[in-house]
Design a protein around this ligand. Structure first.
Ligand SMILES: [Zn+2]
Length: 225
């Protein structure tokens, strides 16, 4: 689970620094993953494997990016392609609609999708979706899905809960809107067809050294299971 891929501003607070990985560190991590034999897949690939037994590479990894920051286009996209990886990016589509400079544009989205990147929805405006009416949830869940589909001309099947917060009603609306699954901020690397709306991730911390990154990956992959 990545967020910003850039060097944070000098006055950034601890949260922003934790969410930000420098392009240099990100490239080190990609090089490690490649040398360790990992191959990136998409959430589509994962769900086709879990539900219908499609085969996966021996060491599959899904690289997710929340919020759709413009640095994902400027730095992550190029580095992913350079090292032969694909990424899955979750958009808060109000930010594209408003042309906010700190977020990727619709043109960036189309270019990255053409370049092999996967896109999902991360709500319309990053609101807390818990304890909301069905109408409100449809607006937050179906709206961004349709906006992305209109640009990439392909179905959007995955959702990332804003701030990882959700309840049963959110899952019910996602299911009725024909989403296949959703990713959380629960830590883990073991996925099951029983819990497609509670997919786990490993949080990548901006301050972590490469050694800490490697230890974290191996802990969740091999020790925790
Ligand atoms: Zn977010």
């Amino acid at each position: 689970m990545y967020h910003y891929v850039s060097v944070p501003p000098a006055d950034a607070d601890a949260i922003r620094r934790d969410l930000s990985i420098s392009p240099q560190k990100f490239e080190e991590q990609l090089k490690y993953l490649k040398e360790a034999g990992f191959t990136s897949i998409t959430l589509h690939d994962l769900m086709l494997h879990l539900t219908m037994g499609y085969s996966l590479p021996e060491k599959p990894v899904i690289l997710t990016f929340d919020d759709g920051y413009v640095d994902n286009y400027e730095f992550a996209y190029e580095l992913l392609r350079k090292h032969g990886f694909t990424g899955t990016f979750f958009l808060v589509t109000a930010f594209q609609d408003e042309n906010r400079p700190e977020y990727m544009s619709w043109d960036n989205v189309v270019e990255m999708h053409t370049g092999g990147m996967e896109f999902g929805a991360h709500s319309y405006n990053h609101a807390d979706l818990r304890k909301q009416s069905v109408d409100y949830l449809v607006w937050q869940i179906l709206g961004p899905r349709e906006a992305i589909e209109e640009r990439i001309e392909e179905p959007v099947r995955f959702f990332s809960y804003p701030s990882g917060a959700y309840d049963d009603q959110v899952v019910a609306v996602l299911r009725s809107a024909h989403y296949w699954g959703a990713i959380t901020i629960h830590q883990g690397a073991l996925h099951s067809s029983e819990y497609p709306f509670d997919l786990q991730r490993i949080r990548i911390h901006g301050g972590d050294s490469l050694g800490m990154f490697v230890d974290d990956i191996n802990y969740w992959l091999y020790e925790k299971q």
